[in-house]
Design a protein around this ligand. Structure first.
Ligand code: MRU
Length: 345
């Protein structure tokens, strides 16, 4: 997507340094910085520390990181690097699909160029899926349904390019429409107020940052025409794991009759999970709730304490929304139908 006058992807293969390049998302929106590295360990750490986050971007980063591991440390590719990337974060299944794809690509002991091509094709397929899902979503949102609420960041930063939940919004705007977006700040890491609002602002799309707890009230007031969110893993029965807070949104949406859509590519479906009960939910550290990072009056990034110290926290990063609370799940083929998981309408 465009930042200033230049096109960017959240993560990509850098042909100049022959390494992996990514946008350091923890610094946004205060600083726009790209990191380039020829160390597969740096890429694995970037996923763990959420420099790169969002299910499809995590998958693409793992694919590029494994191509780099093949290039730099082939001998340990299978015994060390594949398990290393598979252990970075537990919930987004795109990570595991990408590792499986890169394991499959390595089977014939190919040249490094082939492994890089495999990773590039993996990322390009995600971008193509996002573009197509956006077309479906732009068509699904009824005329007049232009006040959209979204939670977390399922934008181009989270999905290499275009985004999943945001792709339809960008396509409506590019078609000359004026979508308006309620952006849940998305505590504790603020992916909404720091990343989604930044993306939409860059694209000239009108939006308002709100407290997560304001969403149900906005629905009650009839200010929300539709909710569009992404996903980290979708079970075969249609249960959806996404950023903590998504389940509560679905309860209010159901109560208030607000259509709620999950937009996610096929790489986010996990048919080995019968239901949401089978989806591993990541629990993250207490620091994320006890401190917050931002910029001080001198423009310096800093962390400040913002809660009672010495008290333990509960910090699940994701929750599960039952299929029954959703209007539809949309993937690159269109509306997904759990009765016909192959998507044949
Ligand atoms: O913890 P994060 O920031 O990686 O969580 C991201 C989300 O929950 C997104 O909504 C999801 O990955 C979809 S991204 C297109």
């Amino acid at each position: 997507m465009q930042v200033g006058s230049k096109q960017y992807r959240a993560v990509s293969w850098d042909t100049i340094s022959d390494g992996v390049q990514w946008i350091e998302q923890r610094l946004l929106p205060f600083r726009f910085e790209q990191i380039t590295s020829r160390s597969p360990e740096d890429v694995a750490l970037a996923i763990e520390t959420m420099q790169i986050r969002g299910a499809p971007s995590i998958g693409a980063a793992a694919a590029f990181g494994l191509a780099l591991a093949w290039k730099m440390d082939r001998a340990r590719y299978t015994d060390y690097w594949l398990p290393r990337f598979r252990s970075t974060r537990p919930t987004a299944v795109n990570l595991f699909h990408a590792c499986d794809e890169m394991e499959r690509c390595s089977a014939a002991d190919p040249a490094t160029a082939t492994m890089i091509e495999c990773a590039v094709n993996y990322a390009d397929a995600e971008v193509d899926a996002n573009r197509r899902m956006g077309q479906h979503m732009a068509g699904l949102l009824a005329v007049g349904e232009r006040r959209i609420l979204t939670h977390c960041n399922a934008g181009w930063l989270a999905a290499v390019d275009w985004g999943t939940a945001t792709s339809g919004i960008y396509q409506l705007a590019q078609a000359g429409e004026s979508p308006f977006v309620w952006v849940d700040e998305t505590r504790p890491r603020l992916q909404g107020s720091r990343l989604t609002a930044w993306e939409l602002h860059q694209a000239g799309i009108d939006c308002r940052i709100q407290a997560d707890s304001a969403a149900a009230w906005m629905m009650a007031k009839g200010e929300v025409d539709a909710i569009v969110v992404g996903a980290d893993r979708i079970a075969s029965n249609g249960d959806v794991a996404n950023k903590i807070g998504t389940y509560a949104l679905s309860l209010a949406a159901k109560e208030r009759g607000v259509p709620m859509y999950v937009v996610a590519p096929s790489s986010t479906f996990d048919f080995a999970c019968d239901s949401g009960l089978d989806i591993p939910i990541e629990n993250r550290n207490d620091e994320e709730l006890l401190t917050i990072s931002g910029v001080d009056s001198d423009g310096q990034m800093c962390d400040i304490s913002m809660a009672t110290g010495g008290v333990r926290c509960n910090n699940p990063a994701f929750d599960v929304t039952p299929y029954a609370n959703l209007t539809a799940i949309v993937n690159e083929q269109g509306k997904w139908n759990r009765e016909k998981p192959g998507n044949d309408q």
